[in-house]
Design a protein around this ligand. Structure first.
Ligand code: URA
Length: 209
C-alpha cells in the first residue's frame, strides 16, 4: 500500500516554518505542535467510515452523517509524542489513549521497551500513533510492531517531520500504515538528526536543553 501524505496546506507549512525556527521559544513550540497535530489529524482521519443517520433539526427532519466504523486509540510514543496528544484529543475527545515507551540500547542500537500500556480493546480500534520526528524509523517500526502484536490492524502514523530513511523503513516493514506528515526533509545527519529538521523535539517541547 505504501501511503504517505505530506500536507502542503499553507497553514500547515506556515506553522511548520515557525516550529523549525531556532528562535521559537518553548511556549510557542508547544502551541505550534498542538495546532499542527490538530491539522494533521484532520488529514489522517479523512477516510474514516461514515453512515447516514436520521435526525430532527429545530426546523425539520434531515439525514446527517456520523462516523460509523471502529473507535479510535491514540498512542503517543514517549516522550515527544506526548506533545501531540492534546491536538488529536481536541478533535476526537472520546478516543482511548495508549502509551509506548522505548529507549535505544546504545550497544545494539535496537529499541527496548520500558513502558507499554495499551487499551484492552485496541484490536477493535483504529490506531493513531504519534511520533513527531520519523528519523531512522527504528523506534516507530517497533511501536507499530507492538500495537500489531496487541491485535491492531488499522494503523495510522502522524509525524511532524519525516526523513526519507524513516519513511522507507516503515514502508518496508509495515506497508499498510498510512503516514501523515507536515514535512519530508532531506536526510539524516551523522548523529541521526533530521536535516534541516527542528532539532530534538523532546528537548524543545519540554525545555530540557
Ligand atoms: N528525534 C528528534 O527529536 N529530532 C530529530 O531530528 C531526530 C530524532
Amino acid at each position: 500500500m505504501n501511503r504517505v501524505t505530506e500536507v502542503r496546506h499553507p497553514l500547515v507549512q506556515h506553522k511548520l516554518g515557525l516550529l523549525r525556527d531556532v528562535t521559537t521559544n518553548t511556549h510557542m513550540f508547544r502551541q505550534l505542535v498542538n495546532e499542527l497535530t490538530l491539522l494533521l489529524t484532520y488529514e489522517a482521519t479523512m477516510d474514516l467510515a461514515t453512515e447516514d443517520v436520521e435526525i430532527e433539526t429545530p426546523l425539520e427532519h434531515t439525514t446527517a452523517q456520523r462516523i460509523s466504523g471502529k473507535k479510535v486509540a491514540i498512542c503517543p510514543i514517549l516522550r515527544a509524542g506526548m506533545g501531540m496528544l492534546d491536538g488529536v484529543l481536541s478533535l476526537i475527545s472520546g478516543a482511548r489513549v495508549g502509551f509506548i515507551g522505548l529507549y535505544r540500547n546504545e550497544e545494539t542500537l535496537e529499541p527496548v521497551e520500558y513502558y507499554v500500556k495499551l487499551p484492552a480493546d485496541i484490536a477493535a480500534r483504529d490506531v493513531i500513533l504519534l511520533d513527531p520526528m520519523l528519523a531512522t524509523g527504528n523506534s516507530t517500526a517497533a511501536a507499530v510492531a507492538r500495537v500489531k502484536e496487541a491485535g491492531a490492524t488499522s494503523i495510522r502514523l502522524i509525524a511532524l517531520i519525516a526523513a526519507p530513511e524513516g519513511i522507507e523503513r516503515i514502508h518496508r516493514e509495515h506497508p499498510e500504515v498510512h503516514i501523515v506528515v507536515a514535512g519530508i526533509d532531506r536526510e539524516l545527519n551523522e548523529k541521526g538528526y533530521i536535516v534541516p529538521g527542528l532539532g530534538d523535539a523532546g528537548d524543545r517541547l519540554y525545555g530540557t536543553k
